[in-house]
Structure formats: structure tokens, C-alpha cells
Write a protein that binds this ligand. Structure first.
Ligand code: ZN
Length: 193
């Protein structure tokens, strides 16, 4: 068996005491975290522990809004650049605006080249006719999007991911997927996720 590339990298310290969410799980080398290493163990994107910390933060933001977003799921979004969080948001009360929409507005031009951590796959189509979050991420020039869970809706699942990838954005899916699904269990149950 190959040793995990995370072993001996000081996960406990790097994860930090302060993110306050799933501290035990964050120390476990998650398959999605291992995917950020090449087979040779070289780092190919931001460090796994940085990714875990930022997604944990996004989950914490979403957790604070659960039950207050109407029919919409509660979603968290953290925008990171050079290891620092430049903007963050959760789905607004009542379900709009979406988390990505608010975080991108706060980040402004600084979002160019940044990484967005989102707890649910960004929407690719809005019933209101408003610009979708996938399109907003593309327009903002985000370089990479890390998604916890795919949209469970049969007509939406994977569409946001494909839209982003088609625009040349690096997309990773599955970091803390179980936690993200658990946060919006009703929403996932409703759409057969
Ligand atoms: Zn959206």
C-alpha cells in the first residue's frame, strides 16, 4: 500500500484549531485531498490542508444559514487568493442572492486568478433569468473552483461543473461532500441526491 502523501506533513498544525468545524475529519487524508498531489507526491495545486481549511470555513458559513434559505439550499463560498481569504458569503436569508454571487461582488477585481471554495455545485441556470453563479465565476476570472457536493437535481447535476470546465477553469469535486450533503439533507432528499 502506498503511504499517504499527507503523512508527516504536520496536518494537525496546518489545519489549525480555529476553523471550528469537523476538526477530527479535517485531519484525515481525504481522497479529494490526495488528488491535489501528483502520483509522485508533488504538490499540483494549493496545499491539501489549505483546501481543507477553506472548505471547512465555507461549510461553517453555510451551517449558520441552514433552515433560513427557503426552498434553496444553504451554501457557503470562500474566495482564496495566495492562501488568504479575500471574500466569503453564505446564501442570503430567503435563499437569494446565492453565496457565490455575494462573495464575488465583495471580491471584485481581486477574484481574478483566485480559487473559489463552494459547498454545492454552482448553479448554471436561474429560473429568474439572472446570471448563473457558474457564469459569474467565469466572468470574474476565477482560476479554480473546489466544490464539496454536486447539485442533486437530475437536470442540474454536473451542468455547473461542465460549464466551468468548458471555460478552462480547474474544477475539483468531492472535498467534504458528505458534510455538505448532511447540511442540506432535506434538499438532497427532495431531489433524489
Ligand atoms: Zn447560484
Amino acid at each position: 500500500m502506498q503511504p499517504s502523501p499527507l503523512e508527516g506533513r504536520g496536518c494537525r498544525e496546518a489545519t489549525g484549531e480555529g476553523n471550528g468545524l469537523y476538526p477530527e475529519r479535517a485531519q484525515i487524508p481525504h481522497p479529494a485531498l490526495r488528488a491535489t498531489f501528483s502520483p509522485q507526491g508533488e504538490r499540483v495545486s494549493s496545499t491539501p490542508m489549505t483546501a481543507a481549511a477553506h472548505m471547512s470555513r465555507a461549510l461553517a458559513l453555510a451551517a449558520a444559514r441552514v433552515g433560513r434559505t427557503g426552498d434553496n439550499p444553504s451554501v457557503g463560498c470562500v474566495i482564496e487568493k495566495n492562501g488568504a481569504i479575500i471574500a466569503e458569503a453564505a446564501t442570503a436569508e430567503g435563499g437569494r442572492p446565492h453565496a457565490e454571487e455575494q462573495a464575488l461582488a465583495r471580491a471584485g477585481e481581486r477574484a481574478r486568478g483566485a480559487t473559489a471554495y463552494v459547498t454545492l455545485e454552482p448553479c448554471a441556470k436561474r429560473t429568474s433569468g439572472a446570471l448563473s453563479c457558474a457564469d459569474r465565476l467565469i466572468q470574474a476570472g476565477v482560476a479554480r473552483v473546489v466544490i464539496a457536493a454536486r447539485d442533486p437535481h437530475p437536470f442540474a447535476s454536473g451542468v455547473g461543473v461542465e460549464r466551468l470546465r468548458a471555460a478552462g477553469i480547474g474544477v475539483e469535486v468531492g472535498l467534504f461532500a458528505d458534510e455538505a450533503r448532511a447540511q442540506n439533507a432535506d434538499f438532497f432528499a427532495r431531489w433524489g441526491g
